[in-house]
Design a protein around this ligand. Structure first.
Ligand SMILES: *Cc1c(COP(=O)(O)O)cnc(C)c1O
Length: 224
C-alpha cells in the first residue's frame, strides 16, 4: 500500500514541521488509492482546489478526514462544500464570507477561515493586495458572524528559484499577520499562517508558518 507514497520524504517533512506546523496534504488530481495510503500513515488533513473533485473524494474516503479548501472559490459553489469542509484558505471578499456564513448556518456548523493575501510578483496568483486586505479587516468591525471563525492568513510566494525573494514574501505575510494580532472580535481567533508548498516549505517554516500545503512532494506528479 504505502509504496504509493514516498514514505521517506513524508517523514522528512513531518520532522521539519514538528508540532508547530500542520501539514496539509494537497491531494488535487491525485487518485483515491494514494490518498488512502497517506491516510494509513496517519495523515488526516487534506487540501483540494476544485469543488466537484473535493465533494466526490469526501463521499468516497474515510469520514474523519479534515478537508481544507485551498482553491479559488466561487460564491455559488459554497453550498456544495459547506456540509463537510473544515477550513477554507482562500477567502478574499466580504460577499464570499457572507455566503459562507449563510450556508454554514443552514448546516449548523462553523467553518475555519483564512484570508488569502497576494504578495507574489505574478499577476496570476489570487488573493487580496495589502490595501484590499486592510479594507476587509476594517469592514469586519461591522459584521456579526456566528458560523465562521477567522483564523488568520494564507499566502503564496512567487514561483522562483530566488530564495531571498521567497523569504521576503513570507516575511511580509508574517508581518501583516502580526499587525492584526491584537484584534478582538467574537468570530476571530487570530492564530494561523498558511504558507509554504513543496518547493518552499522549509523557508516558510523558518519564517513562522503554522500550516504548510504540500502536494507534489508527497504524492508525486499530478495527473491532469
Ligand atoms: C496545488 C497547490 C498547493 C500544492 O502545490 P505543490 O507545489 O504540489 O506542493 C498548495 N497550495 C495551493 C493554493 C495550491 O493550489
Amino acid at each position: 500500500m504505502s509504496d504509493l507514497i514516498d514514505r521517506h520524504t513524508f517523514e522528512k517533512i513531518n520532522k521539519r514541521a514538528s508540532d508547530k506546523c500542520t501539514i496539509i496534504a494537497v491531494s488535487k488530481k491525485q487518485a483515491n488509492e494514494k490518498i488512502k495510503a497517506l491516510y494509513d500513515l496517519s495523515q488526516r488533513h487534506f487540501g483540494e482546489n476544485y469543488v466537484q473533485e473535493m465533494c466526490s473524494k469526501h463521499a468516497q474516503l474515510p469520514s474523519d478526514i479534515i478537508w481544507h479548501f485551498i482553491g479559488t472559490l466561487q460564491r455559488n459553489k459554497v453550498k456544495y462544500i459547506a456540509p463537510f469542509v473544515t477550513w477554507i484558505h482562500s477567502v478574499d471578499s466580504i460577499p464570499l464570507l457572507d455566503e459562507i456564513e449563510l450556508r454554514t448556518q443552514q448546516q449548523q456548523r462553523i467553518i475555519q477561515i483564512l484570508l488569502q493575501l497576494h504578495v507574489a510578483k505574478e499577476e496570476t496568483k489570487s488573493g487580496l493586495r495589502i490595501d484590499e486586505f486592510q479594507l476587509l479587516m476594517q469592514a469586519l468591525q461591522q459584521k456579526k458572524y456566528t458560523h465562521v471563525c477567522i483564523r488568520g492568513v494564507m499566502g503564496m510566494a512567487s514561483f522562483t528559484k530566488d530564495t531571498d525573494l521567497i523569504r521576503q514574501e513570507f516575511k511580509l505575510i508574517k508581518s501583516i499577520f502580526e499587525s492584526y494580532k491584537s484584534i478582538t472580535l467574537p468570530f476571530v481567533q487570530w492564530d494561523t499562517i498558511s504558507m509554504g508548498m513543496s518547493n518552499d516549505y522549509e523557508i516558510a517554516i523558518e519564517e513562522g508558518s503554522t500550516m504548510i500545503r504540500i502536494g507534489s512532494l508527497i504524492f508525486g506528479k499530478r495527473t491532469s
